[in-house]
Ligand binder design. Sequence first.
Ligand code: SF4
Length: 705
Amino acid sequence: EQKKISPKKTTTCCYCGVGCGIVVNKDAHERIIVEGDKSHPVNKGMLCSKGLNLHYTVNDKSDRLLYPEMRYNKNMPLQRVSWDVALDRTVAVFKALIKKYGPDSVAFYASGQCLTEEYYVVNKLTKGFIGSNNIDTNSRLCMSSAVVGYKMSLGEDSVPISYDDLEIADCIFVAGANPAWCHPILWRRVEAAKQKNPDLKIIVSDPRKTQTCSIADIHLQLNPGTDITLHHAIGRCLIEDGKIDHEFINNKTNGYENYRSSVFQTSLTDAAGICGIKESDIRLAASYIGNAKGFITMWTMGLNQSVIGTNKNLSLINLNLITGHIGKPGSGPFSLTGQPNAMGGREVGGLSNLLPAHRILANERHRNEVEQFWQIPLGTINPKPGLTATEMFDELNTGKLKAIWILCTNPLISLPDVRNAEQGLKKAKFVVVQDISNKVETLQYADVVLPAAAWTEKEGTMTNAGRYISYLSKVTNAPGEALADSEIICRFARKMGYHGFNFKDASEIYAEHAALTEGTNIDISGLNYQILKEKRAVQWPYPKLEKRPGTARLFEDHEFYTPDKKANILSFSDKNQSEALTPQNPLILTTGRIRDQWHTRSKTGKVNKLNQHISESFLEINPDDATPRNIKDADIVEISSLRGNVRVKAKLSTDIKPGVVFMPMHWGLILKSDLNRVNNLTNNLIDPISKEPDFKYSAVQVKLY
Ligand code: SF4
């Protein structure tokens, strides 16, 4: 069919953190058509199954929220109202609650799928004008341990490498991740590199044998929660074999001696026993690393979503530091961002403990810089961190938090111990839901519903996993009265009487954000929409004065962002702090993604082609655990924990370690039945520093139903 847009419009995939470039067109019926952008530096024309089917999600508008809705009390049904009525009511309630209970009585819960401009305005509104730091996002559930890990070791939340480094590394250690399914195009690039260079060694550590293992030279099928023991054991081998970089350690790092003593506390035999793997496999993995000229560590939720997630991150980064494999071609630690714009959100300060441009909330000079820039009185920004994702729902339960505004995320499927979140929403005095879908479960608790524009219906930017900032075009109008998220927030802020929200369009918001980064480590003051449209994706920093196309690799001078410019090799115990297994709940439940679904399925769930891959939730269980329970493949099983239960089909597989069971994170249609919602089972433990939940380790029992 004839294509109508000329010139073609370009955008970026709105799913995973890889950030593939997409060319968007329309057919003769005004329907969106997508194809991979061959000129894009990230994907070079490739798209995975999710990206290839993105057009279905915007062409099918049958599930879209079209108009604002509202109710005056919880017993009334939601009714269609105008934007002014919905926002005036929200302003009245927020002002009354803030006056009576203070600014910390309200909160905003946003998403790593918000565009940078949206993140920027909601963060500015909350911290600069409402006077609370109660703005957190679902990025807390996926990346916050990596943020803290980078900051503690390198002095800054900064991914040092570029994607091109993956193609010149000669050893890649994938820890607790399945990029073949969860970051497919990036992994295609690694597969191509391995085909070209069979000497490229791939190490995978994961309790499950996933698709990623198909090209691994070694799969370390470790017990959940034992990653630090494994990383320490590899560190010990590298030290014993003389495969560490003494010059780099001596001149560019702090903390090596403590680290050395710490890794020598556990023998290799004991470490192998704790991890449930062979000692010889640890030695082999260490030899691959020790002999590599370029060594990349790559990780995601297996390390991040843990009660000891920060230390898991640090223990892996330590392997790059003791070998000096950082700031060099094909070398460095690389956290795979789960969501498309979790990194952009952090850049604008969109977590409850951050300020714009990675400034520190506790630092008075940083607060003052932001206050001056936003033209608000010095001392306005509260130094105390706000509530994090899970804390918000805890405080709705205690009654301290009165109102929550949820945008672009569905906590009723994605939060751990989700019935706690459900109770919190039931108790909330006032709930605002800003979303694209009329099927999202949070709507049943909403007092005000605000319809938002979706992908291709608004313009903006995102920062993907390798510090790549990319631009997303508006190609089509949003249905009904739906508005861009940033426009909704700015209209609300103006009605609250706040100055500084009169942006002409998204490019003005971006310009303000870019200006606020000037002089910081993530300076992008030289960037604007025009450059982003031309170059498609550039890596930060991108300062004004230097005419360089982004910065491919950080720390090439081996000067880090710490006060003494040295990286920190940090030491800590390897003891797991997860929920204890008991005779009643003897199995470890771990959760994760599948290839063709995204998060809580509000987009991918309506694409038939994607549902054909795996159409319903399931429990992956080893025959060693299934057989004594009389469970056969495809039997319905009931999984229970101290929090609740679920019922799904069993999938027997030797790919999962005995003693461990797996369920995908995506399902949970509570309007019909919540019995496929894995977060009925997960626990509310969080890492004490990053506040990231322990999704990868809950004690459960499984029975034939
Ligand atoms: Fe989209 Fe990620 Fe697939 Fe690329 S790899 S097309 S960004 S889901």
